[in-house]
Design a binder for this molecule. Structure first.
Ligand code: GRG
Length: 279
């Protein structure tokens, strides 16, 4: 199966799972629920969920096994975008071609919708323990909590905001590791954990996810060439240097998958797509 066929088959399963998880906008508090649905069901690429499912499949499990981690990671991603778009952060009015959540529902509801999405993420993943071995679920929860917290997304975002006051070139990749790549690593490691992988496999796949995630952020910086953020790979390395670094990261990531042979082919394809932005 090629990547296009894989996405066409797996992404709708993630979509249906997310749709069923999110509270109905007919139920009070309607504005909160509508804002949560707007944040999540507005046409994201679902790249992180696809990585989670492909990791479970690479270690021999059915893709459905990874759905709780796939959805949980996507909910954290969605919350981070809602908060990142707020006037006190990036102050964006549009996302995915639609008004951002605070533009559509107001700032207070946007903050609270982000908070609620984060809680729903952890509840969703914790529910995977029902009828299954609880230990891999606890380990996946730890991966996600660490990726979302002060060592991951939130800490990376704070350092990114502080870059306006100045920061070294080396610090750029450290921000990208935490702000962007940690969530990719949690998706891949979490999918592998729910798929029954052992510690050595989880470690290799986490490292793969981290390298792919940094490469993904570099690709994002190269696409946003005009934006000239002080915390960007372009500012740190120049466009040639950034491209070379992303290829180096991709090669490193792919080398971690050697033991899995053909079963990891979709993971390889996803990695190439994330870093090079073409399938
Ligand atoms: C507010 C705690 C907090 C963190 C914000 C997500 C984030 C950190 C900042 C958003 C801006 C940015 C450059 C994020 C890096 C990750 C990134 C490129 C996100 C976009 O991810 P895609 O392309 O988006 O997967 P879709 O829309 O497809 O889901």
């Amino acid at each position: 199966m090629d990547l296009a066929a894989y996405r066409a088959d797996r992404a709708p399963r993630v979509e249906a799972f997310l749709e069923a998880l999110l509270p109905s906008s007919e139920i009070a508090p309607q504005s909160l629920h509508a804002a949560m649905r707007h944040a999540v069901l507005s046409g994201g690429k679902r790249l992180r969920p696809l990585f989670a499912m492909a990791a479970a499949e690479a270690v021999g499990a059915a893709p459905e096994r990874a759905l709780p981690v796939a959805a949980a990671v996507e909910l954290i991603h969605a919350y981070s975008l809602v908060h990142d778009d707020l006037p006190c952060m990036d102050d964006d009015a549009l996302r995915r071609g639609l008004p951002t959540v605070h533009v559509a529902y107001g700032e207070a509801v946007a903050v609270l919708a982000g908070d609620a999405l984060q809680a729903l993420a952890f509840e969703t993943l914790a529910n995977a323990a029902r009828g299954h071995d609880a230990e891999p679920v606890a380990a996946a929860l730890r991966e996600l909590a660490r990726a979302a917290g002060p060592e991951g997304l939130v800490g990376g975002q704070v350092d990114d905001l502080d870059f306006a006051k100045g920061g070294s070139n080396e610090a750029v990749e450290s921000v990208h590791r935490r702000k962007t790549a940690a969530l990719f690593a949690a998706a891949v490691a979490g999918g592998a954990l729910l798929g029954g992988a052992d510690g050595t496999a989880v470690e290799a796949l986490r490292a793969f996810g981290m390298e792919v995630g940094i490469g993904f952020q570099i690709a994002d910086d190269l696409e946003d060439e005009h934006e000239d953020s002080p915390c960007s790979s372009l500012a740190a390395l120049g466009s040639e240097g950034a491209r070379a670094r992303s290829e180096e990261l991709l090669a490193g990531a792919l080398s971690r998958l050697e033991a899995w042979g053909g079963r990891a082919e979709i993971l390889r394809e996803l990695a190439r797509f994330a870093v090079r932005r073409k399938s």
